[in-house]
Design a protein around this ligand. Sequence first.
Ligand code: AMP
Ligand code: ZN
Length: 112
Amino acid sequence: MSDCIFCRIVAGEIPSRKVYEDDEVFAFHDIHPVAPVHFLLIPKRHIASLAECGAADCDILGRMLLLASKLAKEQGLDAGFRTVINTGRGGGQEVFHLHMHVFGGGASLPGF
Ligand code: AMP
Ligand code: ZN
């Protein structure tokens, strides 16, 4: 059994509120949403973080970006959404399985 919480979610060993699934990608609602809609997009294959990605991962990264937009629309985020990938301890990453936060809805998010 994996000790990675997101690998265990993909395997169905830990319950999640699934948004989307295909052969390579899994998406589920964040357990601590920061906006009315907040879900996470992950590769099914364990990749610790964006910093571990290389040229071989171009396809999965591109698919995750395109799915972020498609799923955000399906979740009703017509006015827009934010994507965030925290990388490494310095980037605020807490779960070391690559994931893209997609969130929005309600009041407009503040700019950086
Ligand atoms: P990060 O700081 O980018 O590593 O964010 C990890 C995210 O995973 C946080 O927003 C958590 O709320 C979320 N999270 C942790 N465990 C779960 C879980 N079991 N189901 C859904 N989301 C989770
Ligand atoms: Zn994992």
